[in-house]
Write a protein of this length. Structure first.
Length: 118
């Protein structure tokens, strides 16, 4: 399960294995080994990975409840980014921070509730 989650998280940030390896101070071969389930990181590295992606170790190791919440969040992020790029509010290669996404989603919800109330 870890291998699949790691790859999903890396790809959700449009990162190459090389970039993640640099961030975690490991080799590309190490990242590759983790993603094909040949090896697993030690506990300290697992903490680094969880912190880097802002997820729990529980999620990395397979907790399905947290996985569903993250998949919804990643999907919202992708849809939001496509909308912003399409309307020329941001460029394809730009990334939104989690805080920016949260603020935009709050803004959308507030406006949606306002429109419903009319």
């Amino acid at each position: 399960m870890f291998s699949k989650r790691l790859k999903e998280l890396r790809e959700s940030r449009n990162m190459y294995q090389k970039e993640l390896a640099y961030e975690l101070n490991v080799t590309v071969q190490t990242i590759s080994g983790w993603e094909i389930d040949r090896t697993t990181p030690d506990y300290e590295t697992l903490i680094k990975i969880a912190n880097f992606f802002n997820v729990s170790i529980d999620f990395l190791l397979g907790n399905e409840e947290n996985a569903t919440k993250l998949k919804i969040k990643l999907n919202e992020k992708a849809v939001l980014k496509k909308l912003l790029v399409k309307n020329n509010y941001m460029k394809e290669n730009e990334e939104l921070t989690d805080k920016e996404i949260e603020r935009l989603m709050d803004f959308i919800k507030i406006n949606k509730d306002y429109i419903k109330s009319k």
